[in-house]
Structures are given as structure tokens and as C-alpha cells.
Design a protein around this ligand. Structure first.
Ligand code: ADE
Length: 269
């Protein structure tokens, strides 16, 4: 997979040389190219921003450097890239979207600073490429570089051969499968006792059926506590008989449509 990042802070993308993404680059599974947007400016000050039309606070990124840079970058490869524009006003980034993007051969990221990029840049490239405006969460960051790091890591770890053990994304929170729709439960390693805290007996029992059930119960408890919205939106087919009684014990009530709704009191962690 090829990834281009166009930014005024190339050094912000240094973490792409580290750990999983760094190794995927070194192994040739990821071709990452970071570009300095100011290279496509023509004035002495390498200006990339200007005051907003209509007034208001802050600055807006000028269209010309983005246009010239994106033209050059997109002409430098085969086929059409997906253009990813991080913005708090974009569609939410989800595991499903990460999986979709991991199937694309080429992603170009356009992280903005200031109040964002002149809208005409989006309009221009929307006519040519698959353009995705994406938010990584309901909070406002100072720029799109950190969201690029987040998205690249989420996408890269789904690429074939990037995670050491292919089974390791099977149980991820939000991954499809038996534990789909549930957050991941707690995990333990040796020693069996640490500072007086024990590893739950069931995990040492060697009884795979019981271990699987325990893990599902813990995932259900954690989801009920941290993300009740995920329980509420799950259709009745999500739950087996044991889940139903676990949810009931956690204070959830089954509605007439088979979906669960929260009833006080709140559950304990
Ligand atoms: N830029 C600033 N905040 C952002 C967010 N939450 N998601 C994506 N890009 C952003």
C-alpha cells in the first residue's frame, strides 16, 4: 500500500518510522511518503494561509499550494488514490472504515492546520477522486496530523503480514466475529499472583469452553459499563441465553423488540 501525507509539519509524522508502521515500511509492505506543503509555495515566506472571506477568527489554508501539491503527488503514481481529509466535521472514523481503507492500494492524506482548507480544494478533487472527510472523534485538535497517525496505525495493522499473529485482530473491540459489537475484556499474563492480585482461576483452568464464556461475560460487562449505546443498538440476534441473563443481572431489561435497554441502578466495574 502507498501512503502520501501532505503537511506543513513533516516532523509531526516521525512516529510513522516507529513500531508496527515503521516495521511495515522497512519490510516493504507500506510505501510512506511525507511531503512538506511549503515546497509548493512560491513566495519568500512560503505562505500557506490567509484571512477568511466573510471575516471571523483564524486563518484558512490557501488553495493554490494544496492544488499544485496534490496534482504533483497524484500524478506520481499509478491509478487513483483515495484522498483522506481529516476534519472534526467529517464522518466518524470507525473500525469498519479502517478495514475499507486497508483494501485500497493508495491513500493520500491532507491534514489541515488553522481553520481548515479553502473549500474549493475539496470540490476540485471530489470531481476526480474518492475524497473522504473523516473525524477521529468529537473533539477539536489543533491540526489533522495526529488524526493521520491514528488512521494510518488503524489501517496498517489490518494489512496482510503486518501484525505478527493474524488471529490477533480477531478479538479486537469492534472487529467482526463472535465478539462483534462488544468491547474487549481484560487480559492477564504471568505471574499468577502480583501484589496480592490473582489471575481469575478460570483462565488457569484449561477449560476452553468456560474460558470462552468467561471472556464473553467480561466483554459484555465492560461494554455495558463503558458503551451502553453499543448494547442498546444491538439487534436481538446478538445475544444468546447466557448473555440475556448476564445483561439482566447487570440491570438491563429486554424490551418487546428483543433489544436491551438500561434500567437503573448503574453497574459496578
Ligand atoms: N482536526 C482537528 N480535529 C480533528 C478531529 N477530531 N478529527 C479529524 N481531524 C481533526
Amino acid at each position: 500500500m502507498r501512503l502520501d501525507v501532505l503537511t506543513i509539519f513533516p516532523e509531526y509524522l516521525e512516529p510513522l518510522n516507529v513500531s508496527l508502521v515503521g516495521k511495515a515500511r522497512a519490510a516493504g509492505r507500506l510505501d510512506v511518503r511525507v511531503h512538506d506543503l511549503r515546497q509548493w509555495t512560491h513566495d519568500r515566506h512560503h505562505t500557506v494561509d490567509d484571512t477568511p472571506y466573510g471575516g471571523g477568527p483564524g486563518m484558512v489554508m490557501k488553495p493554490e499550494p494544496w492544488g499544485e501539491a496534490l496534482d504533483d503527488i497524484t500524478a506520481s503514481g499509478e491509478g487513483e488514490p483515495v484522498l483522506v481529509v481529516p476534519t472534526p466535521s467529517g464522518r466518524p472514523f470507525t473500525q469498519e472504515l479502517a478495514a475499507e481503507l486497508s483494501g485500497k492500494p493508495w491513500l493520500v492524506f491532507a491534514p489541515a492546520r488553522y481553520e481548515g482548507i479553502d473549500r474549493r480544494v475539496i470540490e476540485e478533487y471530489r470531481g476526480r477522486y474518492d475524497v473522504r472527510e473523516i473525524s477521529i472523534g468529537d473533539y477539536v485538535l489543533a491540526g489533522g496530523e495526529a488524526p493521520v497517525l491514528v488512521m494510518v496505525e488503524a489501517v496498517a495493522r489490518l494489512l496482510p503480514g503486518v501484525l505478527g499473529n493474524a488471529a490477533s485482530h480477531g478479538d479486537d473491540s469492534f472487529a467482526p466475529g463472535e465478539m462483534a459489537d462488544l468491547l474487549e475484556g481484560p487480559v492477564y499474563t504471568k505471574p499468577p499472583e502480583w501484589r496480592g492480585h490473582q489471575v481469575p482461576d478460570v483462565l488457569i483452568s484449561g477449560h476452553h469452553g468456560r474460558i470462552r464464556r468467561w471472556r464473553r461475560d467480561e466483554a459484555l460487562r465492560r461494554t455495558a459499563l463503558h458503551r451502553p449505546d453499543l448494547i442498546e443498538r444491538c439487534d436481538p440476534g446478538c445475544w444468546d441465553r447466557h448473555d440475556r441473563s448476564t445483561l439482566a443481572a447487570l440491570g438491563w431489561a429486554e424490551g418487546p423488540d428483543g433489544r436491551f435497554g438500561r434500567t437503573p441502578p448503574a453497574v459496578e466495574e
